[in-house]
Design a protein around this ligand. Sequence first.
Ligand SMILES: [Zn+2]
Length: 466
Amino acid sequence: MPRSQFGSTLRAALTVLAVVTGCTQSASTSSSPPSSAASGSPSHSAEASAVGPRAGSLVIVGRIVTMDEPPVAEALLIEDGAVAAVGTRDEVLALAGDRAPIIDIGQNVAYPGFIDAHSHWIGDRNVYGAESAAEAMDAALSRGWTSISEQWVNPEKLDELTALAAEDALPLRVDTYLALNEPAPSGAHLGDWYADRDPGPVTDRLRVRGLKITLDNGWGTIFHWEPAELTDTIGRANEAGWQVSVHTVSTEAHEMVLDAYEAALGPTGPNPLHHRIDHAIQVTDEQLARMVAMDVATVIHLDGAATDWVLEAEYLDHLGPENPGEEVGWLARWRDFVDAGLHVAAATDTPWIYPGLALTDTVGRPVDQIAGGMDGRGLSSKETPDWVLLQLLTAEQGLAAVTVDAAWAIGDEAKRGRLAVGTYGDVTILSRDVIAGSADEIRSTNVVATIVGGEIVLCADTALCP
Ligand SMILES: [Zn+2]
């Protein structure tokens, strides 16, 4: 679609975006599970814990990328919803006996279930035309997500999600971030309406995880919070154990949120609740250093946002008359974030970044994040600017951004983002290895099956699935 049309769509989208950022705190205190030794002895938990009524048991045989040790395994046993063993085919099959059905994935490749750390799949489904929450969740599952983070959840949206959880009608895991203010243009504050509850799991599929603050608008030109009230609000949330996720675009906004985090955490952290900065579009070197010092989680969008969003004339104009050169170097610093050691999650922000706000078959997928990180291709813009090309990621880095680092961004790295004994039995099976090949080859990958807690919730190849 034409740039101008995209711009207005994006502007409308970002208006909503500005209201929707939130964050949660992980209630999980479990330590990292033991990893299987190089000896080939499979990891096994003697007491696989039940995680809920939907928990399933399954053996998966084939190429399994664990994002843990060993990096690749031949077989995986999921019992009662959790990973009970990772190892060689013979070992895992011997251990499993006939307790669980077996799927042999052939030439396909299994990954830890992908985590969309910032999205509006359910809450803003009307924007992209899904008619029900179930349809919205199916759209996410069919693209390979096993966890979605719903940003900007107000009381009404929380009621809906809680009801769905009570009906056992959440086929994937949902993490909610409760909204503390409206998006642009009003930015109206909603008060500490979260204060009568604690963050944590509602069921094994639904967590009330964090709080979402929209600090500036999509262009970073309007601020919805005064510095002192932002600091006070984040301080109260931190005291009460809530993770905070802040929609932050401009350098001015980054300065404000980093000051607020510093007041809560101290200049060098640590950051046990994983407070995060979402979007992180325009960041100076000094601000990046502060993010690293406090270990602030960063959530970005690799599937075209840098090229489409930041290239908007209105955005570039905001950089100021003295601009461009040096300041352009502050934009969309994916590679700088990763190289600096930040936990960088890549998220869809469904549907707000898609041209025309349309959820087509080739947007909104984990593979779009991985591929977009590799070539910086925009969805609307024809050319990728040089400063994006300087920030490209490898496929491995993109994969980490939708698995282990996405899990960190939602504060559940002990249970999600990798496959090891004790993690959830959440698995996405893809038609190819997304570590190999060009960005476009990765974009041509198909989702073969999506498994949540050992239960096959989506299967595109019925010959494969039991
Ligand atoms: Zn958003």
